[in-house]
Design a protein around this ligand. Structure first.
Ligand code: WQD
Length: 336
């Protein structure tokens, strides 16, 4: 059977396509290349360039490739941008999903995996976030992910479409340097960027009610996350009846910003002490997954640790920014 991977030219999508191929699954990528890169799509995997708002093209692709399952990752994903451009986020993330689900149900495609986010929880006031923790998203981005889950589950109930909503925690790392994230929107690349510029990395607040005062997150290696998609896809394809899964995809282990910044210093060899700045608006103190349901349902758990995330992310960063290594060598010479 063939799986349609929307957003398959993106950072996470590129990993999902490879994990599916490694598991022997056939895929076709559907991506508008607004942030995805055609070179992330491996040889032998068809790439259709198009928008999830294009109902006719989606219908054609589902039919022409005899698609029997969809993994939907195509979406806008910057929290700050979603505050500035809510209409765009609702159009791309919610309307795009609606159009896709319309085509999927019309074509009687039986299985659908949705890319969701821990952002649906907002500011959870619990030690470990379970899938039953109330969802109170704090940004239009998180709202569109939650609305997308509602829509997906409602369509599943109405039509028998088998669905899995995967709530990603903090994704980092790369399977290989050429698949690394090219954006600089999250902690790890933001620290790399500062170090490369010879500037102090920033810690947004050290007065949180956490052991070292900095925010705690659940970081997950993108290759582990990709394998969770394979497990979800197989689970849906192999289920005889209706299936409606909503699963946290994290490691269940909290890591503080301070610990992450220290690890990055160790891995990169840069010794520029971090600077503690004001809290960033909207940051919850602690968001860590309860990850037992995903293991129980899919038999999946993360294998790669935080060091592997940082090392592989650094390999990707220095491929894109070779000046990062030159700048470090320069510093070592001057200091030595
Ligand atoms: C992690 C921690 C920052 C940069 C967001 C979305 C989530 C998901 C992942 C989606 C926070 C701190 C960061 C820096 C810092 N997005 N930080 N210095 O905010 O947990 O999650 O991205 O697809 O839905 O909400 O991730 O990587 O931005 O921040 O101290 O230079 O690092 O304050 O505590 P976040 P992040």
């Amino acid at each position: 059977m063939t799986w349609l991977i929307t957003g398959g030219a993106g950072y996470i999508g590129g990993h999902v396509v490879r994990a599916m191929a490694a598991a022997g699954e056939r895929t076709v990528v559907y991506d508008d290349l607004s942030s995805g890169l055609a070179e992330r799509v491996p040889d032998g995997v068809p790439l259709v360039v198009g928008s999830t708002l294009d109902a006719d093209l989606l219908t054609r692709v589902l039919r022409d490739h005899e698609v029997a399952g969809v993994i939907h990752l195509a979406a806008k994903k910057q929290v700050g941008e979603s505050v500035e451009q809510p209409l765009r986020y609702y159009r791309e993330n919610v309307e795009g999903l609606r159009v896709l689900l319309d085509a999927v149900t019309d074509a009687a495609v039986p299985s659908f995996v949705l890319s969701s986010s821990a952002a649906v929880y907002g500011m959870p006031d619990v030690d470990l976030v379970t899938e039953d923790t109330p969802c109170v998203p704090m940004s239009p981005y998180g709202e569109t992910k939650l609305a997308g889950e509602w829509l997906t589950r409602a369509v599943g109930r109405a039509t028998g479409l088998r669905t899995a909503c995967l709530r990603y925690f903090n994704v980092a790392g790369a399977k290989s340097p050429d698949l690394a994230d090219t954006g600089v929107f999250n902690l790890v690349p933001m620290v790399f960027e500062k170090l490369t510029a010879g500037q102090a990395p920033r810690v947004f607040g050290a007065d949180y009610p956490t052991p070292d005062g900095t925010c705690v997150r659940d970081y997950i290696h993108v290759a582990d996350l990709a394998e969770a998609h394979v497990a979800a896809a197989r689970r849906l394809a192999g289920s005889p009846g209706s299936t409606d899964l909503t699963l946290n995809v994290g490691r269940g282990e909290g890591v503080s910003v301070r610990a992450m910044v220290d690890l990055i210093a160790e891995v990169t060899g840069y010794d520029i002490p971090a600077e503690v700045t004001e809290r960033r608006a909207g940051d919850p103190a602690r968001v860590v997954a309860a990850a037992d349901r995903v293991t129980a349902e899919l038999g999946w758990s993360a294998k790669r640790d935080v060091r592997e995330m940082v090392e592989s992310a650094w390999a990707g960063w220095t491929r894109l920014h070779p000046e990062a290594l030159r700048a470090r060598a320069e510093r070592t010479r001057t200091e030595g």
